[in-house]
Design a protein around this ligand. Structure first.
Ligand code: SF4
Ligand code: FES
Length: 398
């Protein structure tokens, strides 16, 4: 049964795909949109007005890197003028303290700073650039401004053992919320998945550690943990359900129900240059396609959890099962779940073998040492013993 249409609550505004970083897990599509196709300040301003009229409460400015837009201050003012709460999701560069002051003066409500880790070496490796030291500077500047701050640490096999250091960084900052978000496997992360997926042991340790941190920091910092859904029993309710709460606009103005929707063949996306946002939300093909439950197959069709997770993620169903109407293969009830189990088995076995062979080499007196096990702050999370992967870095669009 289909429920009545609700309004979107948030507009994810991908202001640009340009970015000084080249993160190996970037959720942008493999085909990036060029600068010349980006919406103008005036077009974005109209979109914010239409979004507010549709009932949207919040604009999430993201990219790429939204700070690469020279008109970022005007865009913040325009979204505020439309009475939207403005959240900037940023890597913290290009930025200096006077520009941060200008962002706050323009009305920015919330600053979400992303980190690639707690240590410079891996953070720079993952982002393909030297960005970590700048992020630490931004953290210091933020303490001097009245603005809500969230830190976002993107977690994966190469940095999960740094969890205690990441938490210390958050505790010493002005953040009221910290997100430890395991990579989700779309876009560039899907291309680099085998080098990013944590092991089951790493995941178990990290969950234990963060449960204790949540208890200790209750009332001081909100600590959130997003686990990689390949290890979950049931899928996440991706985007809060297809076209139920969120709407994403790409740099060139295409309206999508989620950031990965373009991987699904046969969906037609409308552009805000040609159609009012409310019409796109109400009737466009791409938004209608997986609303409600009529598209569902078994086991979702009759499952008690279908109103909780909406059958999981449509894009993941396509990426893993080549069928966007299939039950998300990460679900333990999905006919395609063995594919996910096989991926996990391969990764866990490979890492265990690499660690065993490094240990043998060390015991036999070879100069190669296994990487350390970080037990600081009570988290015994083993660092895998692996050589640097052949990363597929995200390039910059023209
Ligand atoms: Fe969710 Fe479908 Fe799995 Fe049920 S069968 S838990 S509705 S994904
Ligand atoms: Fe598209 Fe989950 S990312 S539905």
């Amino acid at each position: 049964m289909n429920e009545p249409r609700s309004n979107p609550l948030a507009l994810i505004a991908e202001l640009t795909h340009r970015c000084p970083l080249h993160c190996v897990y970037c959720s942008n599509p493999l085909e990036l949109e060029a600068r010349t196709t980006e919406l103008s300040t005036e077009e974005w301003s109209r979109v914010f007005q239409e979004a507010a009229a549709l009932g949207v409460l919040q604009a999430d400015f993201t990219g790429g890197e939204p700070l690469t837009r020279p008109d970022i201050l005007d865009l913040i003012r325009a979204a505020r003028a439309a009475r939207l709460y403005v959240n900037l999701i940023t890597s913290g560069l290009p930025l200096d303290e006077s520009r941060l002051e200008a962002l706050v003066q323009a009305g920015l409500d919330h600053f979400q700073l992303s980190f690639q880790g707690a240590r410079e070496e891996v953070a720079n490796e993952i982002s393909g650039t030297r960005a970590h030291a700048q992020k630490l500077r931004v953290l210091e500047w933020l303490k001097r401004h009245r603005i809500a701050v969230t830190l976002n640490f993107v977690m994966h096999r190469r940095n999960i053992e740094q969890l205690p250091e990441m938490l210390s960084l958050a505790e010493s900052s002005s953040a009221s919320r910290v997100e430890f978000a395991n990579v989700q496997y779309y876009g560039w992360a899907f291309a680099n998945r085998d080098a990013l997926l944590p092991t089951r042991e790493q995941l178990t340790h990290s969950i234990d550690f963060l449960k204790k941190a949540q208890e200790r920091l209750a009332g001081k910092i909100k600590v959130e943990y997003i686990v990689p859904d390949y290890y979950a029993r049931f899928p996440k309710p991706c985007m809060g359900g297809w076209a139920r709460k969120l709407m994403l606009i790409t740099p060139s103005g295409e309206a999508l129900p989620c950031h990965a929707a373009k991987v699904i063949p046969g969906l037609a996306f409308e552009n805000v240059k040609n159609r009012h946002l409310s019409e796109i939300w109400e009737v466009s093909d791409a938004f209608e396609r997986f609303r409600g439950e009529s598209w569902m197959q078994e086991p979702c069709k009759t499952c008690d959890r279908r109103a909780l997770d909406f059958g999981g993620c449509r894009c993941q169903a396509f990426l893993l099962a080549a069928d966007a109407t299939a039950t998300d293969p990460v679900c333990s009830l999905a006919p395609q779940r063995p594919k996910v189990d096989a991926i996990l088995l391969t990764i866990n076995s490979r890492v265990a073998q690499a660690s065993a062979s490094a240990l043998t080499t060390t015991i036999s007196g070879d100069a190669t040492e296994p990487r350390r096990t970080d037990s600081s702050a009570g988290a015994s999370v083993a660092a895998p013993t692996e050589s640097k992967p052949a990363w597929r870095y995200r390039p910059n669009p023209s």
